[in-house]
Design a protein around this ligand. Sequence first.
Ligand code: PRP
Length: 211
Amino acid sequence: MNKVINIALPKGRLGEKVYKLFEKLGYGCPALLENTRKLVFEDEKNGVRYFWVKPSDVAIYVETGVADVGVVGKDILLEQNPDVYELLDLGFGKCRMAVAGKKGEILPLDKTIKVATKFPNIAKKHFTSKSREIDIIKLNGSIELAPILGMSDVIVDIVETGSTLRENDLEVFEDIVNISARFISNKTSFRFKTEEIELMKSRIEKELYND
Ligand code: PRP
């Protein structure tokens, strides 16, 4: 009898896309698509238990072992550096992490830069590698407001279509790293549920890369 795999899915568009993929691969759990406020869904027949979690919490659920596997953006992995295995790049949920600011503005080289971001570790690492002094202003959303209102010189944030920047007269100054969704596993789960997790990984790989 195969062991049940506990899967942390990021709530929202990315999670729905991931679920559709998993369903296609034999990991369906129809109740999950019913519009309820439930957070845990189990399908005994297919050997899966899903949790809807906040996207920025997926890696925490997987690192602690509450979930055996999960899908999370590379941005979260770079920011949180969790102790998990990164098994696959899913190639979707693509965007980039960038430094952006007011259109046409040139940053003075000799001054401490005020950086507003949801990703303080990524921002620190990036500016340290350039030997630039920064002050971080940690925000939780609508990061683009900070330079508009003069609270920061720049932002470090996700750019997907670029429309949030465009519509607020901001522009990318510098790309930091490309981001996409990753399939991750808890390290202990990978040891004790090797067969199930390897099977899941190979099914995903086959579907995404061998068609
Ligand atoms: C993210 C990100 C940008 C926007 C980029 O915000 O922080 O604001 O998406 O996407 P775009 O390049 O396609 O415009 P999100 O929608 O997650 O909301 P938030 O402001 O609450 O972080």
